[in-house]
Write a protein that binds this ligand. Structure first.
Ligand SMILES: *Cc1c(COP(=O)(O)O)cnc(C)c1O
Length: 388
C-alpha cells in the first residue's frame, strides 16, 4: 500500500489515488495553531492531546475504552495479545483482506485460518467460518472492508454458539455501525487505523484499540508501553511493544475529527456520482453492492471498489491518463508466499480469488472534485467503449 500525495494542484492535473493536500492547505491556519500548541508544550508523545483524542474517539464510537497506539497493525497485535490469544490457538480470518489481519495473528504466535468471503460485502462468510472451526479455534476475527460492516448479528451468534472470542479488524471502520453498535464493539474489541488514506487519516501513522472490556483495555495499556506494569514505573512482568501515539498526530486527528461527518457525507456523494456514471457499463463494470441498511446503520465509503473486466488493463489506461487506482486486493491471502504453505490456507476461497482478479478502487476522498470524478468515469467509459 502506498500513499500518493503528489501534486493535485488543479482540476485538470493528475488525479492521485489519494490526496489530503487541498484540505490541509484550506485549513492551514487552524492546523498551524494546533501544531504550534503541541510544539510549545514540550510534550511530544503520549500526552494530554493523545488523551483528548482517546476521549473523543471513545465518545464518538461509544467505546468504554479507546487506547491510542502507533498504527492499526500494532493495535491488532496488541488486541490479540490482550484478549489472550497465543501459541497453539487458531484464529479464523477472511482470506480477502489486508495482509496485517493475518500477520497480526502470526505475530502473537497463533495460527490464522483463512476462509472465504461473501460476494458483494467481501466480509467473512459465516458458513465457511463455522466449517473451519476445530478444537484449537479460539477466536473469529471478521474484517469490515471498504464501505460496510460484516454481518455482525450472524457472526456474533456464531462465536457465542461455539464459545469463541469475537475480535474485529475494524481498521477501516470509523463511523460504521450495525444495529447502533460501532465497528469493533461487537465482541472483545476492535481497532482503528489512522493511516493517511483511511477515512480518518493522520499526517503519518497512528492507530487505536477499541474495547468495552476493562481487562482487555488494562492489558492493552500495559502492552503498548513495553509491558510496564501498573504496580510501578520500570517494572515489567511481560514483553510488550513500544507503540506510542505522537501528540502531533493526535492534534491533527482532533482537527480532522471536527470535519469527519461532513467528509463522510462528501464521500457518499462522490460514491453516488460514480454509481450513476458507471451504471451503464454493466456487466463490464460492477459498482459497489451495499447490504440493505438495518436501522440505525452507517455505511461509510472508505474505498469505492468496482469489479471490472480486464482490471489490470483498465488500471494501466487510467494510470496513463494520470489517474491513480489500487487493486484492493490483488490476491487472496491463501496465495501469499508466506501464508500459502500454512495449514490454515487449505480452505478453498473461490469468491476471494474471483474478487482479487476483478477488484479496483477508484479515487474517492473529500478533496476530490465533482469534475475530477467525472473525468475518472469518462476515462473508464472510453476504455470499454474503445475496446469492447
Ligand atoms: C489499514 C488496515 C490495517 C493496518 O493499519 P495500519 O495503520 O496501516 O497499520 C489493518 N487491517 C485493515 C483491514 C486495514 O485496512
Amino acid at each position: 500500500m502506498t500513499e500518493n500525495t503528489t501534486g493535485h494542484p488543479t482540476d485538470d492535473g493528475p488525479i492521485p489515488f489519494f490526496s489530503g493536500a487541498r484540505s490541509v492547505r484550506r485549513d492551514w491556519a487552524r492546523l498551524e495553531a494546533r501544531i504550534r500548541r503541541v510544539a510549545a508544550s514540550g510534550r511530544f508523545t503520549s500526552g494530554p492531546v493523545t488523551a483528548e483524542l482517546e476521549a473523543a474517539i471513545a465518545e464518538r464510537t461509544g467505546a468504554r475504552h479507546a487506547v491510542a497506539v502507533a498504527n492499526g497493525t500494532d493495535a491488532l497485535v496488541i488486541l490479540l495479545r490482550a484478549a489472550g490469544i497465543g501459541p497453539g490457538d487458531e484464529v479464523i480470518v477472511p482470506a480477502y483482506t489486508f495482509f496485517a489481519t493475518a500477520s497480526a495473528v502470526l505475530h502473537v504466535g497463533a495460527d490464522p485460518v483463512l476462509v472465504d468471503v461473501l460476494p458483494g460485502s467481501y466480509a467473512m462468510d459465516p458458513e465457511r467460518a463455522e466449517a473451519a472451526i476445530t478444537e484449537r479455534t479460539r477466536a473469529i476475527m471478521p474484517v469490515h472492508l471498504f464501505s460496510q460492516m460484516a454481518d455482525m448479528e450472524v457472526l456474533k451468534d456464531l462465536a457465542d454458539r461455539h464459545g469463541l472470542l469475537l475480535l474485529e479488524d475494524s481498521a477501516e471502520g470509523i463511523d460504521m455501525r450495525a444495529a447502533g453498535t460501532h465497528a469493533g464493539l461487537w465482541g472483545s474489541g476492535g481497532v482503528l487505523s489512522f493511516f493517511p488514506t483511511k477515512t480518518l487519516g493522520s499526517l503519518g501513522d497512528a492507530g487505536m484499540l477499541l474495547t468495552d472490556d476493562d481487562t482487555v483495555a488494562a492489558r492493552a495499556r500495559r502492552l503498548r508501553c513495553h509491558g510496564q506494569d501498573t504496580d510501578g514505573a520500570y517494572v515489567y512482568h511481560e514483553i510488550g511493544y513500544n507503540s506510542r501515539c505522537d501528540e502531533l498526530q493526535a492534534a491533527f486527528l482532533l482537527h480532522r475529527l471536527d470535519r469527519l461527518s461532513e467528509e463522510i457525507e462528501r464521500r457518499a456523494e462522490l460514491a453516488a456520482r460514480y454509481d450513476r456514471l458507471l451504471a451503464p457499463l454493466a456487466p463490464h463494470v460492477t459498482t459497489p453492492w451495499m447490504a440493505p441498511a438495518k436501522s440505525p446503520s452507517n455505511q461509510v465509503y472508505y474505498v469505492y471498489l468496482i469489479e471490472c473486466d480486464r482490471r489490470d488493463e483498465l488500471a494501466a489506461h487510467l494510470d496513463a491518463h494520470g489517474v491513480g487506482t489500487e487493486a484492493y486486493y490483488p490476491r487472496p491471502l491463501t496465495e501469499q508466499p508466506l501464508l500459502a504453505p500454512l495449514a490454515g490456507s487449505r480452505h478453498p476461497v473461490p469468491v476471494a480469488a474471483a474478487a482479487a482478479r476483478r477488484a479496483l478502487a477508484l479515487p474517492l476522498y473529500p478533496d476530490l472534485t465533482d469534475r475530477e470524478a467525472d473525468r475518472v468515469a469518462a476515462l473508464v467509459h472510453a476504455f470499454y467503449g474503445a475496446t469492447s
